[in-house]
Design a protein around this ligand. Sequence first.
Ligand SMILES: [Zn+2]
Length: 271
Amino acid sequence: MFNCLLKRVVSNFFYVLYRIHLLPSKENCFRILLYHSINGLAAKDTVNFCVAPKEFEKQMQFISESGFKVVSLTEAVNKIERKETFSGKELVITFDDGYTDVKKYAAPILNKYNFPFTLFVISDKAKKNTNLTYLDEWAYLKDPDLKEMVGYNVSIGSHSKSHLKLTLLPTNGIAEQAYISKRELEKIINQTVVFFSYPYGFFNDKVKNILRKSGYKVACSSIIGSNTINTDLFELRRTEVCGYDNLFELRKKLLGCYDWLERFHRRLYVK
Ligand SMILES: [Zn+2]
């Protein structure tokens, strides 16, 4: 709680600096938002990564009315590869884990605003009927759901085979998580899978190299920040939106008021 309060206080300080133009607004970059579950039924211990559908709708409306241009991850990556300049207003929307509530609550809202999005799926969860420890609503998207979602404005990426901390695995274990999940998901959606997101955010050079060798083009991290044409495609920064965040917090996150956490996140996630 103190930690959370401290982050808010520091980010408020940055907000003031941006508002009085002591800090220039960020240009030549784009931001990737990270969501997990979109669900109003969060238990106390899960509220952090669970955004209520009503809040999510408000957030998308705010983004739509604030001059942001929501682009697909493919479009953003293509721009990086072509070394094209970003305006600072491009925004990519991603979801980790592949919960059914993304299809149920988030997808209709995103479709309403015509916002493309990327869904990172754990391939074992898409296949198996796992016994879930959370509320029923928290089930994972299965094979038929994913096939159906391909028809939406969505790209599907891998969030590994079984959601393990990759930095703790031996080389063959990392390769299995990378390669098998890619193959399984490609079989389901009948499209090439080139996007990856690190489970729990943990990665290092070895993990990055194995992903490259497995055929991935891009990996999203959990390190906060914005991305430029010089950002490593296997270390794309993402800005997480939490269940606690009201519109003001979202606004601050979009402005970059929380980006001072980048160096701390790097220390935390790069193992
Ligand atoms: Zn995850």
